[in-house]
Ligand binder design. Structure first.
Ligand SMILES: [Fe+2]
Length: 211
């Protein structure tokens, strides 16, 4: 059943990326579509449990499991949208511009852009299945990088995701060997759409940040 409140699969034009093949993207878009479908499916199934205004004791185990799964699927859907939005068709320019707001924010938060990058890349290389995410603290514009296990464990409540990198093996396995994640991370950087990243910043890199 599809309702008007269902989440819709978004389309992304990311052809011609550097070091990330169209074949990889095609497969990745299909996986993303699966998260959207499952988010809708779980949302509908959970709604059936609560439509009579209560969750009965015998319903609780199934209701609980579906609700836990919703956290996985929902974050899987949303994080993939951030990830695809963070890259640009034909590739980008590599690092953030020297005079950009993002560069200033990284410098004020980490002391130097290179330190911010070493931290972000280091998190991306961590063993395990998940994501590296640079967040902005909406209260003061400070940036911080975090490891997210799977899709849902480690997201910082209320923080603003600014740069989102998928490091599940499906993101690069058609292009690189499992042990070559660093090459994929390098490829990701060469495709970053920094203007999109900057448009996500609310306070960071402005004069009021950290005030
Ligand atoms: Fe993914």
């Amino acid at each position: 059943m599809s309702t008007s409140s269902s989440y819709q699969t978004r389309q992304f034009n990311l052809s011609g990326l550097r070091g990330i093949s169209d074949e990889t993207l095609e497969m990745h878009f299909k996986l993303y579509e699966g998260y959207v479908k499952e988010t809708n499916n779980l949302t509908e199934r959970i709604a059936k449990f609560i439509q009579d205004g209560t969750v009965d004791q015998e319903e609780m185990p199934a209701y609980s499991e579906l609700t836990r799964r919703l956290g996985f699927e929902y974050n899987g859907m949303v994080l993939h949208e951030y990830y695809f939005d963070n890259m640009q068709s034909g590739g980008g320019n590599g690092d953030a511009d020297v005079n950009s707001r993002f560069r200033r924010a990284a410098e004020s938060s980490f002391g130097a852009y290179e330190i911010w990058k070493a931290d972000f890349v280091g998190i991306g290389k961590m063993r395990g299945v998940g994501w590296a995410i640079c967040y902005e603290n909406p209260a003061n514009g400070r940036l911080s990088n975090h490891w997210i296990t799977l899709h849902e464990t480690g997201n910082v409540a209320g923080y603003n995701p600014v740069l989102v990198m998928d490091v599940w093996e499906h993101a690069f396995l058609l292009d690189y060997k499992p042990a070559e994640r660093p090459k994929y991370i390098e490829a990701f950087f060469s495709n970053i759409n920094w203007s999109m990243v900057e448009s996500s910043l609310k306070l960071a890199g402005t004069k009021t940040a950290g005030a």
